[in-house]
Write a protein that binds this ligand. Sequence first.
Ligand code: SF4
Length: 975
Amino acid sequence: MKTIQVTIDGQKHQAPMGGTILEAIRAAGIYVPTLCHDPELKPFGACRLCIVQVEGLRGLPTACTTPVQDNMVIRTETDEIQEVRRTIVELAIANHPYDCLVCDKSRDCELLSVARYLGARKSAVDRFRRTTLSRPVDASNPAFSIDPDKCILCGKCVRTCSELQGVGAIDFAFRGYQTRISTFGAGPIVDSTCQSCGECVARCPTGALMTRAVLQPQKEVQTICPYCGVGCGIYLGVRGQKIVRVRGDNQSPVNRGALCVKGRFGLDFVNHRDRLTRPLIRKKDFPRSAAQGDTLNAFREAGWDEALEVVAGQLAALRDGYGPDSIGVLSSAKCTNEDNYLVQKFARAVIGTNNVDHCARLCHASTVTAALAAFGDGAMSNSIADIDQADLLFVIGSNTTECHPVIGRKIKQALSRNGTGLIVADPRAIELSTRAAVYINHKPGTDVALLNSIMNGIVQMGLHKLSFINDRCEDVKPFLESLKLYTPERVSKITGVSAEKIQQAAILFGRAKSAMVLYGMGITQHTTGTDNVKAIANLLMLTGNIGREGTGFSPLRGQNNVQGACDLGALPNVFPGYQRVNDPAVLAKFKSAWGGELSGETGLTLTDMFRAAHEGRIKALFIVGENPMMSEPDLQHAKAALAKLDFLVVQDIFPTETARMADVVLPAASFAEKDGTFTSTERRVQLVRKAVEPPGEARLDWEIIDALSEKLGRPFSYKSSSDIMDEIASVTPIYGGISHKRLGETGGLQWPCRTRDDPGTPILHLDSFTRGRGKFHVVHDKPPAEQPSGDYPLLLTTGRILEHWHTGSMSHRSRVLEALSPESSVEISPADADRLGIFEGDIITLRSKRGELQTRVKETLRVFPGLAFMAFHWGDAPANLLTNPEVDPLAKIPEFKVSYVNATLAVLARAARDNAFLAALAANPARALKSYPLTVEQRAALASGDIAAIEKWLGYPLDDRLLAWLKARLEQERW
Ligand code: SF4
């Protein structure tokens, strides 16, 4: 970095060239007060506290907005400067409530500390007219409140929301003395586009924006967010054994302090009253086969010794009676790497089977299969930081801002700061599609055709990188030949997207100097999932966009440690580090490392295990931290499969839908109660640290497996998770240089990290691919397994929403997340709603060939006519009752993204649209009946059930359905 020389307060200093005076002052280690400045935001100059004197310049310029120049002579503190600063802060205080003693912010209020620093005078403050406006506090958001009387209009919140988050939910409103921060439309914050990330709250210098949690932490523990695969660094604020506050880790290379609503406000599940605290054993009079295990009354509490004896005894009996392959083990992407290593070792070395898998089978199994085949590594090739270097981002099948919000934020920043180009392909409009240069809303299940057609366009225009292809890839000829079929005109008919749009995408992608493809489960959860990912790999190799900065293959992994669970061998075909179980040399290595016999036969995948259980071939399942009774497709089938088992053990932190079907439930520790490591989507292995004790008798996952192994005659005898990591490093070359000690010193290492002095690998495939040459695959368009019919005409696609996570076992137990998003809904287009005669707010029945559920209607233009979208987080409306269990033939991932359903009105809210009372009744019956201003006559009509009077008042004829609905609603609320 080039520097210049400046004189500050009589001393010569070097300052970065091109910066501001404030940056020069701070680089010199000198304090000047600021209230509106934030190094991550553009200079604003609103508070004017950073005024300085500069020789040759008139007046007192603000240091934050004035560029520093060579040989500048700057004074930061003179009597005149201090007097002006003091007056500014006294004016701010004059309009500020005097409740510092009871204000939760007072411990770290910047206004208070600046006032103290400048020596604000009470007499001076009293001199200014006190005109505090006493405006109401906006407490509509369950996570934080807004007190306009404490706002000093520094604008940090407004700029944070637009510049950093790319949301722009708030702005300055009104003029002069009436100026305040407001949502557009001046309504409550919860009704705005606010995403409740809390970034504005974290930056507010006063108590104007405050979290609703009032307890101050006694200590902070650095760890990693347990929700998505981004791997954000967090500090858990702990008081006693409770998590009372969460803040982002500013030093984390992943998130630099940023968090989404789940990470910042959704971790109170750790202290939820539903936590399992003692082992549970099913009572004899509640047999699982009768599917009566849906309440905890079916269980009795037991001690650890008894519970482990039962589990060990049953597993040993089944193994000895039917063979080890009659048992299946599901590991967990929520658990640490050390836990996963031990679970798969338990399956292989103690039970003797390779029937071990985890939820990657349901999200990114196709990524692992395809990327191993194309590149030789089944993971993201570059780093999240490469988004800043890319010319073009192609987001396909990923609702990034909701499912991986901190990456979504980074994408939005790249667009606004760097002018990065964006292509979005998603059947359902997402936040990013409104910012894309090209938005493609293709039909679900047509990704191969779309990608092939984009590549066809690239080749036709001669934009492919022949030198890269020739030097580094193989099997190019048949691949290029195969593209000829995919003319934009033909593919337009398959995808429903205009040929022009396909061509535009081809031009943008082909011309980009560096392009990244970021994708999610919109790509992977298809019967063609492996082909879809191979097509992405083809596109990147065709254009030379892999193996260098600003490019890359970027599968966005779902769960916090799904990458680690794959890396550590919780898969039926590979040992840790993707070492194949059927490779004799690998098998011999693990036999020697672990001692004893191991199977060289590939085991069953998760989806195959459920089929086998249904057919009686799998007799027992040991499920650690997974909830297949919500995450499996065709839940009726999954439930029947579990009911047929001879023995089911669930190890979890909550009594999930799956745990309630178990014979034995083992209470485990949550992420906040354990030491270990998670591996994020960018292959970054990071330390997880214990902040609180597990509740009751709950134990660490690895300790439970260790104790169980001992009962089965194979004691492991690890002393800590750090010991386990040392063993992982000794048998897993890509983790060979990783230890807890190094992770503590480095802030995380990206694998492959082979030796103790290897700094890790931010970019894979730099000079050659892991497999040698990158392999092009010929992939052709195939229709989804299910097709529309007269009975089931509506295409249902499933996914996630911002506020909830996976099967909801954690997020539904977070006060804030549950309050923000309390019930399920299905998105349908206004055209479909009209055709079906249903309205926003109606409750409809969705039926597929496999099951049915009821949920509320959300009319939206985000989905095109014929398409419905539903998230799969809700136990009372599990979308997976409807989804198709057909799987990709190679990766065995189910086709969650394409099922066909029909929709019929279940509970009427049709009249509610135009009738305020009915609308209120539909939204919240208790509140409507308590607070709606009904006349005496109207109340009497309702109480007596006088239909004619009710009809007259409502202005609607009460057909049978409306009448039944109204009666049920009123009875339910004990009218
Ligand atoms: Fe946690 Fe993911 Fe949100 Fe980061 S983006 S805070 S890892 S849920």
